[in-house]
Design a protein around this ligand. Structure first.
Ligand code: NAD
Length: 247
């Protein structure tokens, strides 16, 4: 479904991002996997090379909220493979602080990664895509971008912003043949969820009509569809992949 396409996936070292990287590679794309540290990027590359035969994959660890580092990283991808067709803004952190003792620095940290980095990477990616005649930008939102959550307000706030960027950039970049969509996962089996307390997670799972949490591959399948030409007339969408969960 992605033969000949070149993709960048931020937060590609584990969890949902890693599943997206694998899915894109299986479907013929060349993929640059971005992570926060060389060690975790190397580990992910090693794992992929054990699981797949001759994957067209490279790893990088730029500071993704820094325009200069991102520009250089994306240029390297273009030099290596000739284009940048798909950008997945997936890296993200969550929060569960109560408002009463929420450190302003913690709020800024989550906004910096979950929102500023999405803006910075989208800007750098869109410039390349416009020049080459089009592309696809996909963002990882969350089910909490629709409902909020009862603690850690920085997290849903950041994902509401991701939806805002998705809808606005879809309108702005349509004329340049760049589609912009988001996937809003529900509770998905990754490290991010493993660290959450039982009392926060249990009621959420009980309210999932499909009766289970999502697997990273469930989410990656939605990204594959939206990245592919099968979604050629879809832009500005926030696609829920949450088993119809409601909080
Ligand atoms: P995860 O913790 O397993 O992976 C997070 C990824 O982000 C890692 O690859 C990590 O390297 C990267 N990352 C973290 N801090 C970074 C930084 N400062 N700079 C660059 N990269 C950094 O989490 P996940 O569950 O796979 O989450 C991926 C995305 O999915 C996030 O945007 C998250 O908000 C979203 N999401 C997750 C769930 C869930 O239930 N797991 C639900 C909804 C949305």
């Amino acid at each position: 479904m992605l033969k000949g396409k070149v993709a960048v996936v931020t937060g590609g070292t584990r969890g949902i991002g890693y599943a997206i990287v694998k899915k894109f590679l299986e479907n013929g794309a060349c993929v640059a996997l971005l992570g926060s540290r060389k060690e975790t990027v190397d580990q992910a590359l090693q794992k992929i090379k054990e699981e797949q035969k001759n994957p067209k994959v490279m790893g990088m660890w730029p500071e993704i909220s820094d325009p200069k580092e991102v520009k250089e990283a994306f240029q390297k991808v273009k030099e290596e493979w000739g284009s940048l067709d798909i950008l997945v803004n997936n890296a993200g952190i969550s929060a569960r602080d109560s408002l009463y003792d929420y450190e302003p620095e913690a709020f800024q940290k989550i906004m910096n990664l979950n929102v500023n980095a999405v803006f910075v990477c989208s800007q750098a990616g869109a410039k390349i895509m416009k020049e080459q005649g089009g592309g696809v930008i996909l963002n990882t939102s969350s089910m909490v971008s629709l409902y909020g959550q009862p603690s850690g307000s920085g997290y849903p706030t950041s994902k509401f912003a991701v939806n805002g960027l998705t809808k606005s950039l879809a309108r702005e970049l349509g004329k340049d043949n760049i589609r912009v969509n988001a996937v809003a996962p529900g509770v998905t089996r990754t490290d991010m969820v493993a660290v959450l307390p039982e009392e926060l997670i249990k009621p959420i799972i009980n309210a999932i009509p499909l009766g289970r949490v999502g697997e990273p591959e469930d989410v990656a399948n939605a990204f594959l569809f939206l990245a592919s030409d099968m979604a050629s007339y879809i832009t500005g969408e926030i696609l829920s992949v949450d088993g119809a969960a409601m909080t």
